[in-house]
Design a protein around this ligand. Structure first.
Ligand SMILES: Cc1cc2nc3c(=O)[nH]c(=O)nc-3n(C[C@H](O)[C@H](O)[C@H](O)COP(=O)(O)O)c2cc1C
Length: 165
């Protein structure tokens, strides 16, 4: 099934960007139009775009979102737009060495999007940098299952809309 995928990247040293690039490569030719955006200077209005959203972000400081994601995250928390039309997934990059705040960047986005009415598709992908695996390899595998769930969700919503009309 055709759909549009907006990947929003929160990163400090570019690993989340590599992950997004790998996903774009994997989905090439699968009928999914991927649009990748760094979170720098994005406002909550980005969620007015068509399609499904994938948050791909690392964690810094004391379990904070990376610097380039701060403005968007804080604007969501203060402006509190209604995001009930939004369907999203999360790839959270972190390191279990930071046991108390593991993958909090992605978890924070998941919490605020959920609070604003958006619905997550599937479970979060959590990557542990101390595990010795490459996040782009894990993401390439994870994205297959996630895209199948997105397909299912789109079909279910379309058949519910037909049944109601
Ligand atoms: C200074 C610093 C602080 C970090 N703080 C956390 C943290 O609190 N929790 C966590 O899970 N990972 C933390 N990390 C790990 C990064 O999120 C992880 O290495 C990630 O893959 C970096 O991706 P990026 O290059 O896209 O920013 C920290 C890394 C650094 C260098």
């Amino acid at each position: 099934m055709y759909f549009k995928l907006n990947i929003l990247i929160g990163t400090m040293t570019g690993i989340a960007q590599l992950v997004a690039q790998e996903i774009e490569l994997r989905l090439d030719g699968e009928g999914i139009a991927v649009d990748t955006m760094e979170m720098d200077e994005l406002a909550p209005a980005v969620f007015d775009r068509d399609g499904i959203f994938l948050i791909c972000t690392s964690t810094y400081g004391q379990g904070d979102v990376p610097d380039n994601a701060k403005d968007l995250y804080e604007a969501l928390c203060t402006q509190r737009p209604d995001l009930s039309h939004v369907r999203y997934g999360v790839i959270a990059l972190g390191d279990r060495t930071y046991a108390e705040t593991f993958c909090f960047g992605g978890k924070r986005f998941d919490k605020i999007l959920g609070d604003l009415g958006a619905r997550r598709i599937g479970e979060l992908m959590l990557h542990d940098a101390s595990a010795g695996t490459l996040p782009e390899d894990e993401a390439a595998e994870w994205i297959e299952g996630w895209v199948a769930l997105v397909d299912e969700q789109i079909r279910n919503e379309a058949s519910r809309a037909t049944a109601q009309s």
